[in-house]
Design a protein around this ligand. Structure first.
Ligand SMILES: [Zn+2]
Ligand SMILES: [Zn+2]
Length: 437
């Protein structure tokens, strides 16, 4: 990783922050000493080569995003590993999984190993490569998953597309299981998903063709049934309907299944279709409020395991179009924490500790395999936030190379002020507050 050097004198004490980590039970003001890329000590009046004053800030486990599109290789005009990882760091994310629907598609070992090398050189955060489940994401021929894993793939996914047939998906799950790779599934039945927004009252009013919620629910049910039968480790991404969340609940304990939803499905609804702007097109589409609430309740109760942003940068030429012609997708990294803190925590719907769990601890366990949090010996991947700061989302502030945020112009509360990866401050909005201890 860029900036992280094993032999640099990186002994650092973060002083005076409110340390909050539900996985370790930490909830109070203290100092945290980092050294050699790890958390060494948590206590009071700690000493180190350098210190960082973090009075008034909260220190959290680094956020983890298992769903991002950094558009590399192929669309570096929209995002690069450098800008995508900088945007992730600015959003407090220390670890990110990169989706494989690039150009070329990440479906061959040489593409995987090339990306792994580039991530080591160019990424500010830890980034994991998802390879494709099928060649060219076409849902026909399976990829050589064992070789992809050897080349460095962390998981497989055909994200961007649903699967063509249950039989093909079943074979994919069986092969992924034998290769020891988790499968991330974008659940969409393309025979039902014939519109560009959610098929409901808002779509009818706007005169825009819609896809029913069943386009997601049918595919989610299929995936969960096959996960149960095959024993594959399956992660259902961007759950956006109340029924899909209920299906996940039914299959928890029957299958090795986890699921996420996105900040935008938790905070926005299909009312935005009324603006008739391509900016608001996303897949799965924004849903009516009863789905937003159902998905939110499932996240609060633990049916949905965590949040992932589906960070999907697009050039203005692909978004400044009518809904029918625009590319689907929103930026996600930089607004995720503030949007969820503002809309769910401040309203009392989601405890702050559960927000930290779903943005950091739970996806951290999914990626890392073990406990993820702030404890002696843990990798020093941390996030600093100011819960009192109010800010308005503006293009000028965005670190991403693109600017297709659905929150543009919105006033949010809670702001990421720093991101630490492997003991190094990779995003610093605190200013020069380093000093000798
Ligand atoms: Zn998707
Ligand atoms: Zn995606």
């Amino acid at each position: 990783m860029k900036g992280a050097s094993a032999d640099a004198p990186n002994d650092l004490v973060i002083r005076g922050a409110h340390v909050l980590d539900p996985s370790s039970g930490l909830d109070g003001i203290g100092d945290v000493r980092l050294s050699a890329g790890r958390v060494m000590e948590i206590g009071e009046d700690l000493r180190g080569l350098r210190h960082l004053d973090a009075d008034g800030l909260h220190l959290l486990p680094g956020f983890v995003d298992v769903h991002a599109h950094w558009r590399t290789p192929g669309r570096e005009d929209e995002e690069t590993i450098e800008t995508g990882s900088a945007a992730a760091a600015a959003g407090g994310f220390a670890r990110v999984v990169m989706m494989p629907n690039t150009d070329p598609v990440v479906d061959k070992p040489v593409v995987v190993s090339g990306l792994v090398r580039r991530v080591e050189q160019e990424s500010r955060v830890r980034a994991y490569v998802s390879a494709a489940l099928h060649e060219g994401l076409r849902g026909e021929r399976l990829t050589e998953m064992r070789l992809l894993k050897e080349a460095g793939a962390f998981c497989v996914s055909d994200d961007g597309l649903g699967t063509r047939s249950a039989g093909v998906l079943r074979n994919g799950m069986l092969y992924a299981r034998s290769a020891g790779l988790p499968v991330i599934l974008h659940c969409e039945d393309h025979t039902l998903a014939i519109g560009v927004v959610h098929d409901g009252a808002a779509a009818a009013l706007a005169g825009v063709p819609g896809s029913p919620g069943s386009a997601e629910d049918v595919a989610t049910a299929t995936a969960l049934i096959l996960a149960t039968e095959t024993g594959a480790k399956v992660h259902i991404t961007h759950v956006s309907t109340a029924l899909s969340a209920a299906l996940v609940a039914f299959f928890k304990g029957r299958a090795d299944v986890t699921a996420d939803t996105t900040p935008h499905h938790l905070t926005l609804t299909d009312e935005l279709i009324g603006k008739l702007e391509g900016l608001y097109r996303v897949n799965p589409p924004l849903r009516p409020d009863h789905d937003r609430l159902g998905v939110g309740e499932a996240l609060t109760s633990g049916i949905l395991d965590f949040v992932a942003t589906d960070h999907a940068p697009h050039d203005a030429s692909e978004k400044e179009l009518p809904l029918e012609e625009a590319a689907p997708g929103f930026l996600g990294h930089e607004t995720a924490f503030a949007a969820l803190y503002t809309e769910l925590v401040q309203s009392g719907d989601l405890p702050l500790s559960r927000l930290i769990e779903v943005m950091a601890c739970a996806p951290g366990r999914w990626v890392g395999g073990g406990t993820y949090g702030i404890f002696a010996g843990a990798p020093a991947d941390l996030t600093l936030v100011d819960l009192s700061e109010e800010w308005t989302v503006q293009t000028d502030f965005l670190v991403s190379r693109s600017s297709n945020s659905p929150y543009l112009g919105r006033k949010l509360k809670g702001r990421v002020k720093g991101a630490v990866v492997s003991g190094e401050l990779v995003y610093d909005a605190i200013g020069a507050r380093f000093g000798a201890a």
